[in-house]
Ligand binder design. Structure first.
Ligand SMILES: Nc1nc2c(ncn2[C@@H]2O[C@H](COP(=O)(O)OP(=O)(O)OP(=O)(O)O)[C@@H](O)[C@H]2O)c(=O)[nH]1
Ligand SMILES: [Mg+2]
Length: 410
């Protein structure tokens, strides 16, 4: 059953750092995704947020009145609120108050499906809400449901501080184990020569649509933000017959809450360490340049600076804007919806992939054991025979690595 939409008012401070209009439009999308109906907005221009209440006292009175008039059930601030600002605001307005981070966390909570996704979201939520609980920590339970209070683990976010501390360390331990397992899996893939291609990009760029289009994966794709939380991967065969693993990832957004980046670090790092990153963008968005910048910045901060990247502009079917962005020369234009440009995309992926692995048959002299040792360590030895003429090896390894044994190939 669909939950009734919560009537929400959006509040934004115009500090001059970013474009308030587009920030509010995005906040409205987020609110809509979380199940709210935006009934009003309030903007205040200020040099700095008020320490106690974020907006000034006059504006706060205005907000209180607006909330009463519009019968709002929820007020959403575009900036992060400190624990005391949150408390002070709720005292005055008598309506539930959340901030952008709590909103995003709430959406993630509703979206997490896999055990790992749920764990990551709950951890981020608890870490964010812990300092925002007062006294014995009854504030959250008093809220009794609604946007900002949903959690993936328990039916409702826990409200007992001691319990939360215990739960945080239990979750952190579990996550560490999952991260280690992910690392081992990644190492095995690398050893087995599996080539991975990660689709990375701003939320709603069409990543899942592209994965579905190329592989028939059947991943949920919809016109909401953060439709995908759990990385899905599917085999894809390129034009030249090469098989790669295509990975769909969680969408990015500007000012992504710090706790979420931390919790999703292993997932994001997996994408960042792919053989190739397909950076997918929504070419129909007026904010294209900002989206590209946010994605590039996050990838760089994840250590993906050296991973080859292919810039792909999606939604060519509805893109009408003319950009004068400095896009890379090999940028590909596609429509994941209509299928336009997908052949070019597959070709571009082939071209951009770093040199691949191949099978080599070698006869190595016994005198030089170091080559065999290197191949055993970084390649996959399929056959190994001791013959009169030397060590016979059939090995799959990186072309670059095989160079050391070039003279012994048969
Ligand atoms: N017109 C048009 N719409 C598209 C195209 N590709 C995707 N869409 C639509 O864009 C919306 C978002 O698509 P998704 O595939 O869910 O986007 P995503 O990048 O996976 O989003 P998140 O998982 O939220 O990060 C959906 O409504 C798609 O139908 C396209 O090429 N053209
Ligand atoms: Mg998706």
């Amino acid at each position: 059953m669909e939950e009734a939409l919560e009537r929400a008012i959006l509040v934004s401070l115009d500090l001059g750092y970013w474009d308030v209009e587009s920030a509010l439009a995005e906040l409205e999308e987020l609110a809509r995704t979380a199940g709210a109906e935006v009934v009003g907005t309030l903007v205040q221009k200020r040099e700095n947020p008020d320490r106690a209440t974020c907006i000034g006292s006059g504006k706060l009175e205005e907000l209180k009145l607006l909330a009463e008039t519009l019968e709002a059930e929820l007020i959403i601030f575009d900036t992060e609120l400190t624990p005391s600002q949150l408390r002070n605001l709720e005292k005055v307005v008598d309506t539930r108050v959340i901030d952008r981070t709590m909103l995003i966390l709430d959406i993630f909570a509703g979206r997490a499906n896999s055990a790992e996704g749920k764990l990551q979201v709950e951890l981020a939520q608890l870490r964010y809400s812990l300092p925002r609980l007062t006294g014995k920590g009854t504030e959250l339970s008093r809220l009794g449901g609604g946007i900002g209070t949903r959690g993936p683990g328990e039916s409702k976010l826990e409200s007992d501080k001691r319990h939360i501390h215990r739960r945080i360390s239990a979750l952190a331990n579990e996550l560490q184990e999952l991260t280690a397992r992910r690392g081992r899996l990644r190492a095995r893939r690398r050893k087995e020569g599996v080539t991975t291609v990660a689709i990375v990009g701003y939320t709603n760029a069409g990543k899942s649509t592209l994965l579905n289009r190329l592989t028939g994966a059947g991943v949920l794709a919809e016109d909401k933000l953060f439709a995908t939380l759990d990385p899905t991967s599917r085999a894809l065969t390129l034009g030249d017959g090469q098989k790669v693993l295509l990975i769909d990832t969680v969408g990015l957004i500007r000012r992504l809450p710090h706790h979420l980046i931390e919790a999703f670090r292993s997932t994001l790092e997996e994408a960042a360490s792919a053989s190739l990153i397909v950076h997918l963008c929504d070419a129909s968005s007026p904010e294209l340049d900002e989206h590209i910048r946010v994605t590039n910045d996050l990838l760089d901060s994840l250590g993906a600076g050296l991973t080859p990247r292919l810039c792909v502009l999606n939604k060519a079917d509805i893109a009408t804007l003319q950009w004068d962005l400095p896009l890379p020369a090999d940028t590909v234009h596609i429509s994941a919806l209509t299928g336009d440009g997908l052949d070019e995309l597959l070709q571009a992926i082939s071209d951009k992939l770093p040199p691949t692995r191949r099978l080599a048959r070698l006869l190595l002299p016994y005198a030089d054991g170091s080559i065999a040792a290197a191949l055993r360590r970084d390649g996959i030895v399929q056959t190994e025979k001791y013959t009169e003429d030397g060590l016979y090896l059939e090995v799959v390894a990186d072309s670059a690595l095989l160079e050391i044994a070039r003279a012994y190939e048969i």
